[in-house]
Design a protein around this ligand. Structure first.
Ligand code: UDP
Ligand code: MG
Length: 321
C-alpha cells in the first residue's frame, strides 16, 4: 500500500487565494505515487475561506477541515492540525502557496533516506518587505545566540515530520507554542532542503507587526532563560562603581556625607539587582517545570529483548491472576 502523507495548512482569512492553493495542491498530489490528505485548519476566518474549502470537499474526499471557534493564532492552528493527521509523514505549509509544493518530493526523499524531520530552509524570499526580511533575519540570529536549542537559521514552519516526530511533538502542551523551536527541541535525525520562498499568490500577510513580536517573544521566553539573568549581568555596573567609589573614599579621605552616601547607594543597588537575578534563576526553574516538557526523549533502545520479554511475561501473569 502506498504511504499516506498528511498536509496541514493553517488558514486565516485566505478567501482571495485559497481556491488556487487547493487546485494547485490537488494537481500536484494527483501526479504523485503517495496517497495524500489535505487538512485545513480554519483559524477563525471571518471571510469566505471556509465556504470555499467546503465546496472543494464535496468534490474530493481527501480534503478535511478543522474549524476553530475563534482566531487562536498560526502556531496553535498548526498544533491542532497535527492532532488530526493520520499519515506516516506530515507536511506543514502556508495556505498561500509561499511554500512551493514542488519541494515536497525532495522532503519525502530525505525522509526515505532515514531523516525524521526535514526543514525547508529559505534561500531567497520573494515579495516580502525589506522590513520583514531584516527583522526576520535579525530575530533568527539573536535567537541562536540566546536559545538553549540549536534551531537552524532561516527556517519557518514549512517542514516534513515522520510519525514518531509528530507523536513526540504532540506530547508538548505549551500554552503559547513556538512550533519551530519545539521541533528542534525534540531531536531525532533532522536535516533541511533549500527552497526559494515565493510571493503570496493573493491577499495580504496575516502576520502584522504585533503578531510577529508575539511570535518572537514566545520563541525567546520558551527556549531561553537568558533574559531572566540580565539583572545578574547589570548588577556588575553598580558593584564595580561602588568598589571604585570606596577606593576613592579611602584614598582621598574625603569622608563627606555625599561621597559615603553614593558608595552605600551603589552597593545597595548592586545587591538589589543581584537579588533580582537570583530570583530570576529560581523563576527559570519554575518555568521549566510548568512547561512540563518531557525531560528526555529516547529514540531507540538496543539489547533489551530479554528484559522486555520478562516484563511482558510479568504483565501476562498479572492479567491472569
Ligand atoms: N495564519 C493563521 N492564523 C493567524 C495568522 C496566519 O492560521 O492568526 C495562517 C495564514 O493563513 C497562512 C499562514 O498562517 O496560511 C502563515 O501566515 P502568513 O502567510 O500571513 O504569514 P507570512 O507568510 O506573511 O509570514
Ligand atoms: Mg505566508
Amino acid at each position: 500500500m502506498d504511504q499516506l502523507i498528511s498536509i496541514v495548512l493553517p488558514v486565516f482569512n485566505e478567501e482571495a487565494g485559497i481556491k488556487a492553493t487547493i487546485d494547485t495542491l490537488l494537481n500536484y498530489v494527483e501526479q504523485q505515487k503517495e496517497r495524500y490528505e489535505l487538512i485545513f485548519v480554519d483559524d477563525g476566518s471571518k471571510d469566505d475561506s471556509v465556504k470555499i474549502i467546503e465546496r472543494s470537499m464535496q468534490q474530493n474526499e481527501n480534503i478535511k477541515l478543522v474549524k476553530f471557534s475563534r482566531n487562536f493564532g498560526h502556531q496553535l492552528a498548526i498544533t491542532a492540525g497535527l492532532q488530526y493527521t493520520t499519515g506516516e509523514a506530515v507536511v506543514v505549509m502556508d495556505a498561500d502557496l509561499q511554500d512551493p509544493p514542488e519541494v515536497i518530493p525532495e522532503m519525502i526523499q530525505k525522509w526515505h533516506e532515514g531523516y525524521d524531520i526535514v526543514y525547508g530552509k529559505r534561500i531567497k524570499r520573494d515579495g516580502e518587505t525589506i522590513f520583514k526580511k531584516i527583522t526576520a533575519s535579525a530575530f533568527y540570529r539573536i535567537f541562536k545566540k540566546m536559545a538553549t536549542i540549536d534551531m537552524p537559521l532561516d527556517t519557518g514552519d514549512f517542514r516534513l515530520m515522520n510519525r514518531r516526530a509528530v507523536n513526540q511533538l504532540l506530547k508538548l502542551h505549551e500554552q503559547d507554542p513556538f512550533v519551530r523551536g519545539q521541533v528542534t527541541w525534540i531531536g531525532f535525525k533532522q536535516t533541511s532542503v533549500m527552497y526559494h520562498r515565493q510571493e503570496r499568490i493573493a491577499g495580504e500577510t496575516k502576520y502584522p507587526l504585533s503578531k510577529m513580536i508575539k511570535l518572537a517573544l514566545d520563541g525567546i521566553t520558551s527556549f531561553s532563560m537568558k533574559p531572566l539573568q540580565f539583572a545578574n549581568i547589570f548588577s556588575v555596573v553598580p558593584i564595580v562603581s561602588g568598589i571604585f567609589s570606596l577606593g576613592y573614599l579611602l584614598i582621598s579621605r574625603n569622608y563627606s556625607l555625599s561621597s559615603i552616601g553614593i558608595t552605600i547607594l551603589l552597593f545597595t543597588l548592586g545587591l538589589l539587582l543581584l537579588s533580582v537575578g537570583i530570583l530570576g534563576s529560581y523563576l527559570g526553574r519554575v518555568l521549566e517545570q510548568v512547561n512540563d516538557r518531557p525531560r528526555f526523549i529516547v529514540s531507540e533502545t538496543e539489547g533489551f529483548q530479554e528484559r522486555n520479554k520478562g516484563i511482558r511475561h510479568l504483565h501476562a501473569k498479572q492479567s491472569h491472576s
